[in-house]
Design a protein around this ligand. Sequence first.
Ligand code: HPA
Ligand code: ZN
Length: 349
Amino acid sequence: MDKATKLQFIYDLPKVELHMHLEGSLEPELMIEIAERNGVKIPFKSADEIRKASVFDSLQSFLDLYYLGHTVFATKQDFYDLAYAYFKRVSTTNLRHAELFFEAQEHTNRGVPLQAIVTGLDEACKQAQAEFGITSNLILCLLRHFDVDNMMALLKQAVEFKHLITGIGMSSSEHDKPPALYVDVFAFAKAQGWHVSSHAGEIGPAEYVRDSIELLGIERCDHGIGARTDASVVKLLSDRKVGVTMCPISNVLLNVTESIARSPLRQFLDANVKVCLNSDDPSYFGSTYVQENYDAVEREIGLSVREWIKLAQDGIDMSWADQLRRAQLQAELDAVKAKYNVRALYGVE
Ligand code: HPA
Ligand code: ZN
Protein backbone atom coordinates (compact mmCIF):
# COMPACT_ATOMS: atom_id res chain seq x y z
CA MET A 1 0.00 0.00 0.00
CA ASP A 2 1.57 3.35 -0.93
CA LYS A 3 1.69 6.11 1.68
CA ALA A 4 -1.32 8.08 0.43
CA THR A 5 -3.46 4.94 0.17
CA LYS A 6 -2.40 3.87 3.66
CA LEU A 7 -3.44 7.22 5.14
CA GLN A 8 -6.79 7.00 3.35
CA PHE A 9 -7.22 3.44 4.65
CA ILE A 10 -6.54 4.63 8.22
CA TYR A 11 -9.00 7.47 7.74
CA ASP A 12 -11.63 5.04 6.39
CA LEU A 13 -11.46 2.72 9.42
CA PRO A 14 -14.70 3.11 11.38
CA LYS A 15 -13.31 4.75 14.49
CA VAL A 16 -14.45 4.00 18.00
CA GLU A 17 -13.25 6.27 20.81
CA LEU A 18 -13.48 4.86 24.33
CA HIS A 19 -11.28 7.21 26.36
CA MET A 20 -12.21 10.86 26.00
CA HIS A 21 -13.07 13.24 28.82
CA LEU A 22 -15.77 15.63 27.66
CA GLU A 23 -14.37 18.41 29.84
CA GLY A 24 -11.04 17.69 28.11
CA SER A 25 -12.61 18.65 24.78
CA LEU A 26 -13.43 22.17 25.98
CA GLU A 27 -11.73 24.31 23.34
CA PRO A 28 -10.34 27.63 24.68
CA GLU A 29 -12.87 29.73 22.72
CA LEU A 30 -15.79 27.86 24.29
CA MET A 31 -14.19 28.11 27.75
CA ILE A 32 -14.08 31.89 27.40
CA GLU A 33 -17.63 32.04 26.02
CA ILE A 34 -19.15 29.90 28.78
CA ALA A 35 -17.18 31.70 31.51
CA GLU A 36 -18.46 35.05 30.22
CA ARG A 37 -22.09 34.01 30.01
CA ASN A 38 -21.99 32.52 33.52
CA GLY A 39 -20.01 35.40 35.01
CA VAL A 40 -17.24 33.04 36.15
CA LYS A 41 -13.81 34.60 36.57
CA ILE A 42 -10.89 32.64 35.12
CA PRO A 43 -7.31 33.90 34.98
CA PHE A 44 -7.32 34.16 31.16
CA LYS A 45 -8.53 37.00 28.96
CA SER A 46 -8.37 35.18 25.64
CA ALA A 47 -8.31 31.79 23.99
CA ASP A 48 -4.68 32.45 23.05
CA GLU A 49 -3.75 32.87 26.71
CA ILE A 50 -5.32 29.50 27.49
CA ARG A 51 -3.40 27.90 24.63
CA LYS A 52 -0.16 29.41 25.90
CA ALA A 53 -0.87 28.02 29.38
CA SER A 54 -1.51 24.53 27.95
CA VAL A 55 2.09 23.34 28.24
CA PHE A 56 2.64 20.56 30.73
CA ASP A 57 5.49 18.62 32.24
CA SER A 58 3.47 16.07 34.21
CA LEU A 59 -0.01 14.72 34.75
CA GLN A 60 -0.46 17.00 37.78
CA SER A 61 0.52 20.16 35.90
CA PHE A 62 -2.17 19.31 33.36
CA LEU A 63 -4.79 18.48 35.99
CA ASP A 64 -4.28 21.87 37.67
CA LEU A 65 -5.32 23.75 34.51
CA TYR A 66 -7.87 21.16 33.50
CA TYR A 67 -9.90 21.35 36.73
CA LEU A 68 -9.78 25.13 36.55
CA GLY A 69 -11.52 24.75 33.19
CA HIS A 70 -14.31 22.74 34.88
CA THR A 71 -15.31 25.76 36.97
CA VAL A 72 -16.98 27.57 34.04
CA PHE A 73 -19.82 25.04 33.76
CA ALA A 74 -23.16 25.80 35.41
CA THR A 75 -26.17 25.01 33.22
CA LYS A 76 -27.64 22.24 31.10
CA GLN A 77 -26.92 24.36 28.02
CA ASP A 78 -23.21 24.47 28.90
CA PHE A 79 -23.00 20.69 28.94
CA TYR A 80 -24.99 20.41 25.73
CA ASP A 81 -22.67 22.90 24.00
CA LEU A 82 -19.57 21.08 25.24
CA ALA A 83 -20.62 17.67 23.92
CA TYR A 84 -22.13 19.02 20.71
CA ALA A 85 -18.86 20.82 19.85
CA TYR A 86 -16.94 17.55 20.32
CA PHE A 87 -19.29 15.59 18.08
CA LYS A 88 -19.24 18.27 15.39
CA ARG A 89 -15.47 18.32 15.37
CA VAL A 90 -14.98 14.53 15.13
CA SER A 91 -17.80 14.06 12.63
CA THR A 92 -15.28 14.92 9.90
CA THR A 93 -12.91 12.09 10.91
CA ASN A 94 -15.11 9.03 10.47
CA LEU A 95 -15.64 8.63 14.19
CA ARG A 96 -18.60 6.24 14.43
CA HIS A 97 -19.04 5.54 18.13
CA ALA A 98 -17.78 7.24 21.29
CA GLU A 99 -17.93 6.40 25.00
CA LEU A 100 -17.43 9.63 26.83
CA PHE A 101 -16.29 10.37 30.36
CA PHE A 102 -17.89 13.21 32.25
CA GLU A 103 -16.63 14.32 35.64
CA ALA A 104 -19.77 15.16 37.55
CA GLN A 105 -18.16 15.46 41.00
CA GLU A 106 -16.26 18.60 39.99
CA HIS A 107 -19.62 20.17 39.13
CA THR A 108 -22.04 18.71 41.68
CA ASN A 109 -19.60 19.58 44.48
CA ARG A 110 -19.98 23.23 43.35
CA GLY A 111 -23.78 22.92 43.43
CA VAL A 112 -24.57 22.12 39.80
CA PRO A 113 -27.50 19.65 39.69
CA LEU A 114 -26.59 16.21 38.33
CA GLN A 115 -29.75 16.34 36.25
CA ALA A 116 -28.52 19.42 34.33
CA ILE A 117 -25.23 17.69 33.55
CA VAL A 118 -26.63 14.36 32.46
CA THR A 119 -29.61 15.65 30.49
CA GLY A 120 -27.52 18.31 28.72
CA LEU A 121 -24.97 15.71 27.65
CA ASP A 122 -27.63 13.18 26.71
CA GLU A 123 -29.43 15.65 24.46
CA ALA A 124 -26.19 16.37 22.62
CA CYS A 125 -25.58 12.62 22.22
CA LYS A 126 -29.04 12.21 20.68
CA GLN A 127 -28.50 15.20 18.39
CA ALA A 128 -25.14 13.75 17.28
CA GLN A 129 -26.77 10.47 16.37
CA ALA A 130 -29.46 12.23 14.34
CA GLU A 131 -27.16 14.76 12.67
CA PHE A 132 -23.84 12.92 12.27
CA GLY A 133 -24.74 9.23 12.69
CA ILE A 134 -22.35 9.00 15.65
CA THR A 135 -23.57 6.82 18.51
CA SER A 136 -22.35 7.29 22.05
CA ASN A 137 -22.53 6.22 25.65
CA LEU A 138 -21.87 8.29 28.74
CA ILE A 139 -19.46 7.15 31.46
CA LEU A 140 -19.61 8.84 34.83
CA CYS A 141 -15.95 9.26 35.75
CA LEU A 142 -15.18 9.36 39.47
CA LEU A 143 -12.30 11.52 40.63
CA ARG A 144 -9.63 10.22 42.99
CA HIS A 145 -8.94 13.63 44.51
CA PHE A 146 -12.33 13.43 46.23
CA ASP A 147 -12.88 10.91 49.00
CA VAL A 148 -14.72 7.62 48.80
CA ASP A 149 -17.77 8.98 50.65
CA ASN A 150 -18.14 11.72 48.05
CA MET A 151 -17.89 9.13 45.26
CA MET A 152 -20.49 6.92 46.90
CA ALA A 153 -22.90 9.79 47.47
CA LEU A 154 -22.71 10.73 43.80
CA LEU A 155 -23.16 7.15 42.61
CA LYS A 156 -26.30 6.84 44.74
CA GLN A 157 -27.64 10.02 43.18
CA ALA A 158 -26.74 8.76 39.71
CA VAL A 159 -28.93 5.68 40.06
CA GLU A 160 -31.90 7.90 39.12
CA PHE A 161 -30.21 8.49 35.74
CA LYS A 162 -29.15 4.89 35.23
CA HIS A 163 -30.86 4.72 31.84
CA LEU A 164 -28.62 7.55 30.56
CA ILE A 165 -25.33 6.32 32.01
CA THR A 166 -23.66 3.18 30.61
CA GLY A 167 -20.66 2.86 32.84
CA ILE A 168 -18.53 4.16 35.68
CA GLY A 169 -14.87 5.12 35.28
CA MET A 170 -12.27 6.65 37.58
CA SER A 171 -9.54 9.17 36.80
CA SER A 172 -7.40 11.95 38.32
CA SER A 173 -4.00 11.18 39.82
CA GLU A 174 -3.14 7.67 41.00
CA HIS A 175 -0.51 9.12 43.32
CA ASP A 176 -1.08 7.57 46.79
CA LYS A 177 -4.45 6.20 45.66
CA PRO A 178 -4.14 2.41 45.35
CA PRO A 179 -7.10 0.57 43.80
CA ALA A 180 -7.81 -1.26 47.09
CA LEU A 181 -9.36 1.99 48.40
CA TYR A 182 -12.19 1.69 45.87
CA VAL A 183 -13.41 -1.89 46.28
CA ASP A 184 -16.78 -0.86 47.74
CA VAL A 185 -17.30 1.89 45.18
CA PHE A 186 -16.80 -0.50 42.26
CA ALA A 187 -18.85 -3.23 43.92
CA PHE A 188 -21.73 -0.76 44.20
CA ALA A 189 -21.37 0.32 40.56
CA LYS A 190 -21.35 -3.28 39.32
CA ALA A 191 -24.35 -4.18 41.49
CA GLN A 192 -26.27 -1.43 39.66
CA GLY A 193 -25.47 -3.13 36.35
CA TRP A 194 -23.02 -0.46 35.22
CA HIS A 195 -19.98 -1.34 33.15
CA VAL A 196 -16.74 -0.35 34.85
CA SER A 197 -13.34 0.90 33.76
CA SER A 198 -10.56 2.75 35.53
CA HIS A 199 -7.50 4.82 34.71
CA ALA A 200 -4.72 2.56 35.93
CA GLY A 201 -1.02 2.44 35.16
CA GLU A 202 -0.87 5.99 33.84
CA ILE A 203 1.55 7.14 36.52
CA GLY A 204 0.81 4.17 38.79
CA PRO A 205 2.81 0.90 38.72
CA ALA A 206 1.95 -2.47 37.14
CA GLU A 207 0.57 -3.56 40.51
CA TYR A 208 -2.19 -0.93 40.21
CA VAL A 209 -3.22 -2.43 36.87
CA ARG A 210 -3.28 -5.91 38.41
CA ASP A 211 -5.27 -4.75 41.45
CA SER A 212 -7.74 -2.82 39.29
CA ILE A 213 -8.46 -6.07 37.44
CA GLU A 214 -8.44 -8.40 40.42
CA LEU A 215 -9.96 -6.19 43.15
CA LEU A 216 -12.17 -3.78 41.20
CA GLY A 217 -13.16 -6.06 38.30
CA ILE A 218 -12.54 -3.46 35.60
CA GLU A 219 -13.59 -4.43 32.07
CA ARG A 220 -11.27 -1.90 30.42
CA CYS A 221 -8.03 -0.35 31.60
CA ASP A 222 -7.54 3.31 30.71
CA HIS A 223 -3.88 4.02 29.79
CA GLY A 224 -2.32 0.84 31.25
CA ILE A 225 1.24 2.04 30.53
CA GLY A 226 2.57 0.78 33.89
CA ALA A 227 1.79 -2.82 32.92
CA ARG A 228 4.77 -2.86 30.59
CA THR A 229 7.26 -3.53 33.37
CA ASP A 230 5.59 -6.79 34.41
CA ALA A 231 4.98 -9.49 31.80
CA SER A 232 2.56 -11.26 34.15
CA VAL A 233 0.32 -8.17 34.21
CA VAL A 234 0.43 -7.90 30.41
CA LYS A 235 -0.58 -11.56 30.30
CA LEU A 236 -3.37 -10.88 32.79
CA LEU A 237 -4.75 -8.14 30.51
CA SER A 238 -4.67 -10.58 27.61
CA ASP A 239 -6.04 -13.61 29.50
CA ARG A 240 -8.89 -11.65 31.09
CA LYS A 241 -9.59 -9.77 27.84
CA VAL A 242 -9.33 -6.44 29.63
CA GLY A 243 -8.68 -4.06 26.74
CA VAL A 244 -6.41 -1.04 27.13
CA THR A 245 -7.63 2.36 25.95
CA MET A 246 -4.37 4.02 24.96
CA CYS A 247 -3.86 7.75 24.47
CA PRO A 248 -0.54 8.14 22.64
CA ILE A 249 -0.40 11.93 22.32
CA SER A 250 -1.59 12.51 25.89
CA ASN A 251 1.08 10.16 27.23
CA VAL A 252 3.89 12.02 25.47
CA LEU A 253 2.65 15.50 26.38
CA LEU A 254 2.26 14.57 30.07
CA ASN A 255 5.67 12.85 30.21
CA VAL A 256 4.13 9.44 30.82
CA THR A 257 6.03 7.96 27.86
CA GLU A 258 9.19 9.35 26.22
CA SER A 259 7.73 9.10 22.73
CA ILE A 260 4.99 7.30 20.85
CA ALA A 261 7.61 4.92 19.46
CA ARG A 262 8.60 4.00 23.02
CA SER A 263 5.05 3.47 24.25
CA PRO A 264 4.05 -0.13 25.02
CA LEU A 265 1.57 -0.18 22.11
CA ARG A 266 3.65 -2.71 20.12
CA GLN A 267 4.25 -4.78 23.26
CA PHE A 268 0.49 -4.96 23.88
CA LEU A 269 -0.29 -5.81 20.25
CA ASP A 270 2.34 -8.56 20.24
CA ALA A 271 0.99 -9.97 23.52
CA ASN A 272 -2.52 -10.09 22.02
CA VAL A 273 -3.89 -7.51 24.45
CA LYS A 274 -6.93 -5.71 23.09
CA VAL A 275 -6.03 -2.08 22.41
CA CYS A 276 -7.66 1.01 20.94
CA LEU A 277 -6.44 4.57 20.31
CA ASN A 278 -8.00 7.62 21.90
CA SER A 279 -7.56 11.34 22.42
CA ASP A 280 -8.05 11.69 26.23
CA ASP A 281 -8.27 15.51 26.50
CA PRO A 282 -7.97 16.74 22.91
CA SER A 283 -8.42 20.49 23.42
CA TYR A 284 -5.71 20.70 26.09
CA PHE A 285 -3.30 18.77 23.88
CA GLY A 286 -3.24 21.18 20.95
CA SER A 287 -6.61 20.11 19.51
CA THR A 288 -5.42 16.59 18.82
CA TYR A 289 -8.59 14.53 18.37
CA VAL A 290 -8.83 10.82 17.63
CA GLN A 291 -7.72 11.12 14.00
CA GLU A 292 -4.55 12.98 15.02
CA ASN A 293 -3.75 10.12 17.40
CA TYR A 294 -4.18 7.56 14.61
CA ASP A 295 -1.99 9.66 12.29
CA ALA A 296 0.71 10.14 14.94
CA VAL A 297 0.92 6.40 15.56
CA GLU A 298 1.26 5.73 11.83
CA ARG A 299 3.92 8.43 11.47
CA GLU A 300 5.98 7.34 14.47
CA ILE A 301 5.49 3.58 14.58
CA GLY A 302 4.05 2.67 11.19
CA LEU A 303 1.73 -0.23 11.99
CA SER A 304 0.96 -2.93 9.43
CA VAL A 305 -2.45 -3.17 7.75
CA ARG A 306 -3.09 -6.26 9.88
CA GLU A 307 -2.31 -4.29 13.06
CA TRP A 308 -4.53 -1.38 12.06
CA ILE A 309 -7.39 -3.77 11.48
CA LYS A 310 -6.77 -5.38 14.86
CA LEU A 311 -6.95 -1.94 16.52
CA ALA A 312 -10.23 -1.14 14.78
CA GLN A 313 -11.62 -4.58 15.62
CA ASP A 314 -10.51 -4.32 19.25
CA GLY A 315 -12.25 -0.94 19.55
CA ILE A 316 -15.52 -2.53 18.46
CA ASP A 317 -15.02 -5.56 20.71
CA MET A 318 -14.10 -3.40 23.71
CA SER A 319 -17.05 -1.06 23.30
CA TRP A 320 -20.16 -1.16 25.46
CA ALA A 321 -22.44 -0.52 22.49
CA ASP A 322 -25.49 -2.76 22.21
CA GLN A 323 -25.50 -5.81 19.95
CA LEU A 324 -27.23 -4.06 17.08
CA ARG A 325 -24.76 -1.19 17.03
CA ARG A 326 -21.79 -3.52 17.31
CA ALA A 327 -23.09 -5.46 14.30
CA GLN A 328 -23.37 -2.19 12.35
CA LEU A 329 -19.82 -1.18 13.27
CA GLN A 330 -18.61 -4.66 12.33
CA ALA A 331 -20.29 -4.35 8.93
CA GLU A 332 -18.55 -1.00 8.40
CA LEU A 333 -15.17 -2.51 9.25
CA ASP A 334 -15.85 -5.50 6.99
CA ALA A 335 -16.65 -3.07 4.15
CA VAL A 336 -13.28 -1.35 4.63
CA LYS A 337 -11.55 -4.74 4.61
CA ALA A 338 -13.28 -5.56 1.34
CA LYS A 339 -12.53 -2.15 -0.19
CA TYR A 340 -8.80 -2.59 0.44
CA ASN A 341 -8.86 -6.30 -0.44
CA VAL A 342 -6.98 -7.10 2.77
CA ARG A 343 -7.67 -10.82 2.61
CA ALA A 344 -6.02 -11.37 -0.74
CA LEU A 345 -3.28 -8.76 -0.36
CA TYR A 346 -2.37 -9.04 3.35
CA GLY A 347 -3.81 -12.39 4.42
CA VAL A 348 -6.09 -10.72 6.98
CA GLU A 349 -9.27 -12.68 7.63
N1 HPA B 1 -5.36 10.97 33.78
C1 HPA B 1 -6.00 11.22 34.91
N2 HPA B 1 -7.02 12.04 34.96
C2 HPA B 1 -7.43 12.62 33.85
C3 HPA B 1 -6.82 12.40 32.66
C4 HPA B 1 -5.73 11.52 32.62
O1 HPA B 1 -5.09 11.25 31.58
N3 HPA B 1 -7.46 13.13 31.73
C5 HPA B 1 -8.45 13.76 32.36
N4 HPA B 1 -8.42 13.46 33.64
ZN1 ZN C 1 -8.04 9.92 30.64
